[in-house]
Design a protein around this ligand. Structure first.
Ligand code: NAX
Ligand code: ADP
Ligand code: K
Length: 470
């Protein structure tokens, strides 16, 4: 599990270092690490290679300049474009003294033709409102000329705490200090960061607000069957999904539970013939159930509230998806209940605009978990699992191929299989969402959810072997 820090947490930790901050030692550590990454990118013979620094007014520009000094000492030809009137004074003086040259905005654009790479030191965690003016034009030119960009701390224009893809540089590598920031892990902003290198500059950061799962966490928490396992140990999922209008959701949600590795799946909804035709292993008789899955593809259904109330009354772990989310009434939820809204559904649950959820997905997921007492899996390009305690963890991310009708149904089934196997709701959600993403990463391309979910079954054993795109 990796930690993700807010800008406020980073600032607090920086201030707590007192002398290290005041003496510029933190900046020297940052610059030294940045220069090493640049040298790695330049390869065996850095002498004579050309690096162009884009230097803004703050400490981010200071980092770039001090890295420039180190590069100059190694024989790299370094030019710097000052995007603001005033830049870090000592850094500038050292840069010029070491032989660095200043270029103006126009020359910086022209220099892209010969530059081996650009160091983006325009804005760091102090940047607000996206990249503007000449810096925005320059960032676009870097993209157009395919000049490699190494971003200092974060691609200038992004805001550290935000997932929003504001106008910014698109970096090949981001060298970040202290710890990861949200913009580096949350889509769509994360797609601008390239490979993220985290550099320890000696900040004491403590507990973060956000965690991220990796494939190793999936492998560690997946309910692997053992020699003693029978179908009940692996877990029985009871499914009531789909309807005459949406029979496909019945099949897809059931497939999620089956291919996720449930010991048995009982389908008790309104599309039994379709489900059994697709999946002859599924049982349609009532009997023992260890976790419920309700709601996917119900459409409007007069008995929705009664079914949800009955399920929740059983006290078993339950996935509440899609239409069932709006039939919760005043049922008492708890940490054994998993709600699986997408952004639009979460907005409706919280009576806010969808755009508000999209601007702060983690905050809204956290609010829903704390208000309902249930675990909330907010689906989308980044998938957030919020627990009533306030903890938010991000599932492993996957490609946008998964964004298609029906992926949510299979995802709900995957989560239900994990619940039935005894995983707590937060882990079940992280397992389901991460498995779907890992399958899409390893079997990319347009594939309908009924195919992708079969690849979930393919990647599960691969979690324990090398060669998987994690
Ligand atoms: N504070 C520290 O001790 C350390 C900071 N470090 C670096 O310092 C950075 C933070 O430095 P700063 O707080 O100086 O902030 P920045 O370097 O991010 O720059 C903020 C400055 O840019 C201006 N600005 C904000 N948004 C703008 C926009 N959209 N367009 C144009 N100008 C804009 C602000 O008015 C402010 O003057 C970190 O990201 C990191 O790179 C590192 O040196 C490590 C130590
Ligand atoms: N940009 C994206 N990148 C990767 N996965 C995505 C993206 N957008 C959506 N998804 C996935 O697709 C699923 C779609 O779920 P949902 O909107 O509920 O669809 P449906 O209800 O039609 O199945 C989400 O859970 C998520 O897993
Ligand atoms: K930057």
């Amino acid at each position: 599990m990796d930690s993700v820090f807010t800008v406020a947490e980073i600032r607090r930790a920086e201030e707590a270092t007192g002398d290290l901050l005041a003496s510029g030692e933190l900046m020297q550590r940052a610059a030294s690490a940045l220069a090493s990454v640049v040298l790695d990118e330049l390869g065996d013979r850095p002498r004579g290679r050309r690096v162009l620094l884009a230097v803004g007014s703050g400490n981010n520009g200071g980092d770039a300049l001090w890295a420039g000094v180190r590069l100059l000492r190694r024989g790299v030809r370094v030019d710097a474009w000052r995007t603001a009137d005033a830049v870090h004074e000592e850094g500038w003086a050292a840069f010029v003294a070491a032989g660095g040259r200043e270029v103006d905005a126009m020359s910086a654009l022209e220099a892209l033709v010969d530059a081996d790479l650009v160091v983006d030191g325009v804005l760091g965690i102090g940047g607000r409102g996206g990249l503007r003016g000449a810096a925005a034009v320059f960032a676009q030119a870097c993209a157009d000329t395919q000049t490699p960009v190494i971003a200092v701390d974060l691609p200038s224009g992004l805001e550290g705490d935000s997932c929003v893809a504001l106008p910014s540089f698109a970096a090949d590598v981001t060298v970040t200090f202290g710890g990861r920031k949200a913009c580096q892990v949350l889509q769509p902003a994360a797609s601008r960061c390239g490979r993220v290198v985290v550099v320890d500059i000696g900040l004491d950061l403590g507990e973060p607000e956000l965690w991220t799962w990796s494939a190793a966490d999936v492998a560690a928490h997946y309910p692997w069957p053992g020699p003693d396992s029978d179908k009940y140990a692996r877990g029985v999922v009871g499914v009531d999904t789909g309807s005459a209008t949406y029979p496909g959701a019945a099949v897809l949600a059931t497939m999620g539970a089956v291919y996720g590795g449930a010991g048995m799946v009982r389908y008790l909804g309104a599309a039994r013939d379709a489900v059994v035709a697709a999946l002859p292993n599924v049982v349609t008789a009532a009997g023992r159930v260890q976790a419920w899955l309700v709601g996917s593809g119900w459409g409007s259904r007069p008995d929705a509230s009664a079914i949800v109330a009955w399920c929740l009354g059983e006290g078993l772990p339950t996935v509440v998806d899609a239409d069932a989310l709006f039939a919760l009434g005043d049922a008492t939820l708890g940490g054994h209940v998993l709600l699986t809204p997408h952004a639009g559904e979460l907005a409706r649950l919280l009576s806010v605009e969808r755009s508000a959820v999209e601007a702060d997905p983690a905050g809204h997921a956290r609010r829903a978990a704390s208000e309902t007492g249930a675990v909330v899996l907010l689906k989308g390009a980044s998938q957030y699992v919020a627990e009533p305690s306030g903890r938010v963890t991000l599932a492993v991310g996957g490609p946008a191929w998964t964004a298609q009708a029906g992926s949510g149904d299979t995802l709900a089934g995957l989560c239900a299989a994990m619940l039935a196997a005894g995983r707590p709701a937060g882990e079940a959600a992280l397992l389901g969402a991460s498995l779907q993403a890992i399958a899409a990463r390893n079997f990319p391309g347009p594939r309908p959810p009924q195919d992708l979910v079969r690849h979930v079954a393919d990647v599960i054993p691969m979690l324990r072997s090398p060669g998987l795109d994690r």
